[in-house]
Write a new protein. Structure first.
Length: 397
């Protein structure tokens, strides 16, 4: 029998919570990603508990133990325990009653296998006993995990019809684990690709960004192209988008750059800020994300060092990734290194300094300030005395 080994299993707050919920040791099990990642030797971000207890019983048991409980999804059986080392989701075992590809009506059950059967992939349907740490695997998840194979539980078409987002989740997990592709899963994704149109834009955007934030999403992106997924979720994709993404990933590896899903999304798009803004709006990205995506879609300037470019544009903190994506080969390495740990210096003059030169209040002040700042950038940020000389020259012109 396989047992998990992970630091989070030694949490005292988790042990106290489980003692309150399951003194007999047969009502709760660890489930899902935490078990999967423990088998891989990876630290878990979240710990989830599956339980035979009804959500009202979970709330009552936690309250009796003095543990804060939040009813985060009572209709679906989920309660969140707020613990000192981090929140834990506790969900009653469920089976699907009806599904429409977006939402599910569930009924509670006390059957572990029945709950496992409603999950998406075999590698996400693993349970572990909190006391013995022994793994229960109903559908071959351990073997699939060892092979880095992302495989639907049971019939792939049925799993997708239950929740259309599972199409993108398949490719996201494939991007993470990077093993062989399951042909049955790919064929089912291709058959049902159009069903992704029924999902909310926010859900699509979240999965795309998670996928693109993987260590190396190139293979998954290629499989999505072969399965006709991109025309549905990103119809604006450039004809050479996959090649540009591969180039970006190579540059990131060369320079040790941190993965940024937005710059990788921009790599898939034409070098056109208007297209990027339209995509960001359709996916309902935040205002900051929209500005960043548009910056990444713009062409790199024909002149100026990386630091000069960073001082001249907004948002300035996007310039490193913009350079990775759009910068010329001969300026890439030096420019990227020059931006590490560097921030744009504060411009040393203000409106009062310009008024002191005899410029009358009004638009001329902004004009002189703007031109002076432009020359300050062009001269690589000289000292204040030189900037005053520049301002005087601009004011006298």
């Amino acid at each position: 029998m396989t047992r998990i080994s992970a630091a989070w299993t030694q949490r005292t707050d988790l042990a106290a919570m489980l003692a309150a919920l399951d003194p007999g040791g047969d009502q709760c099990r660890y489930v899902g990603g935490a078990v999967r990642d423990a088998l891989l030797g990876v630290d878990a971000v979240d710990v989830d508990i599956a339980t035979r207890l009804l959500p009202e019983q979970v709330m009552a048991a936690l309250a009796d133990a003095g543990i804060k409980a939040v009813p985060t999804g009572m209709e679906h059986g989920t309660v969140t325990a707020v613990l000192p080392a981090g929140p834990v989701e506790i969900t009653t075992l469920r089976r699907d009653v009806t599904t429409d590809g977006r939402h599910a009506e569930v009924a509670f059950t006390d059957d572990w296998r029945e709950d496992a059967a409603r999950r998406d992939f075999t590698i996400n349907a693993l349970f572990a006993d909190p006391r013995t740490l022994e793994v229960t695997d109903y559908f071959g998840g351990e073997a699939d995990l060892a092979a880095r194979l992302v495989r639907f539980i049971g019939d792939a078409d049925a799993r997708i019809l239950e929740d259309h987002l599972r199409i993108l989740r398949l490719f996201r997990f494939h991007a993470r684990f990077g093993g062989p592709a399951d042909p049955d899963a790919l064929a089912a994704c291709a058959r049902h690709a159009d069903r992704l149109k029924a999902l909310s834009r926010e859900r699509i955007a979240r999965e795309l960004l998670l996928l693109l934030g993987s260590i190396n999403p190139a293979d998954a992106a290629q499989l999505m192209a072969q399965s006709a997924i991109w025309p549905v979720v990103l119809p604006e994709m450039a004809g050479d988008g996959l090649e540009t993404l591969a180039m970006l990933l190579a540059r990131e590896a060369q320079l040790g750059a941190k993965a940024d899903p937005l710059v990788r999304l921009a790599a898939l798009l034409p070098a056109d800020p208007l297209v990027a803004e339209a995509v960001a709006a359709r996916l309902r990205l935040s205002k900051a994300q929209r500005a960043t995506l548009a910056r990444y879609a713009a062409r790199w300037p024909d002149s100026g060092t990386a630091r000069q470019v960073a001082a001249a544009v907004q948002p300035a903190d996007t310039v490193s990734n913009w350079l990775l994506l759009r910068g010329p080969d001969d300026a890439l390495a030096h420019g990227w290194q020059s931006l590490k740990g560097w921030s744009v210096p504060e411009f040393p003059l203000g409106g009062r300094d310009i008024l002191a030169l005899g410029i009358h209040a009004g638009p001329d002040v902004a004009r002189v300030l703007g031109e002076t700042r432009r020359r300050w950038i062009a001269e690589d940020f000289p000292e204040p005395e030189r900037v005053r000389q520049i301002a005087a020259q601009v004011a006298a012109a």
